[in-house]
Design a protein around this ligand. Structure first.
Ligand SMILES: Cc1cc2nc3c(=O)[nH]c(=O)nc-3n(C[C@H](O)[C@H](O)[C@H](O)COP(=O)(O)O)c2cc1C
Length: 197
């Protein structure tokens, strides 16, 4: 599927059909996740593929009882192992880079799931300790996101976004366009004439 179509189709899916997911699809999802960038190319990302009903239930409970997680045929838990980057980046590596590296890989999972005709959700509300116990994680390894994946059983309803003119600032905070037309002119017209906005 073309990238723009994938981006526009993607939304968090929280209800799944009982149908199982083909192993080739999970393989392609993991393979794409592995294309994620990482700070210093130190690759702290680890992927735990969960299909066992008991482990899925424990993950759902660890995620503040978001029980739809247990109903997904497959759950991928993206983790980060700071032992791979602390030697170079210390605290910034352990906290910030690990989180970003894990989040980038998670986004690739969400997008590839759409491309494979599947639905997925990123779950960030969970008790780290309970997730670590459910997955038998080494003490240093941090869970970053729980991603249930399956065939969507939800109507294709999409959430809107805050207007872009509120979110885009030129050169410094607060220097914004007054209307969406003004924003388009600033971004499209000026950038074609002058690459520095
Ligand atoms: C860091 C983060 C944590 C999230 N945690 C949860 C969660 O615990 N449970 C959940 O149902 N959705 C969770 N979401 C999904 C958001 O609620 C969702 O992305 C947002 O409502 C926009 O919906 P959309 O992605 O379908 O456009 C999380 C998203 C992010 C980025």
């Amino acid at each position: 599927m073309e990238l723009n179509a994938v981006l526009r189709k993607r939304r968090m899916i929280r209800a799944f059909k009982p149908k199982s997911v083909e192993k080739e699809k999970i393989w392609r999802i993991i393979e794409n996740a592995n294309r994620s960038p990482s700070a210093g190319h130190l690759e702290p990302q680890e992927f735990i593929v969960v299909t066992h009903p008991t482990v899925k239930r424990r993950l759902a409970e660890a995620a503040l009882n978001q029980m739809f997680i247990a109903e997904a045929p497959v759950v991928i838990v993206v983790c980060a192992d700071p032992r791979r980057n602390v030697w170079r980046y210390r605290e910034r590596g352990r906290i910030f880079y690990c989180t970003i590296d894990g989040a980038f890989a998670s986004m690739l999972i969400l997008l590839t799931a759409v491309d494979e005709g599947l639905g997925a959700a990123f779950i960030g509300a969970f008790d780290d300790k309970k997730v670590a116990e459910a997955l038998d994680l080494p003490e240093e390894v941090r869970p970053i996101g729980i991603i249930p994946i399956g065939y969507s059983d939800e109507p294709p309803e999409r959430l809107g976004r805050r207007p872009l003119k509120e979110k885009v600032h030129f050169n410094q905070w607060g220097n914004q366009a007054s209307t969406i037309t003004d924003l388009k002119e600033k971004l499209v017209k000026r950038s074609t004439q002058d690459p520095v906005i």
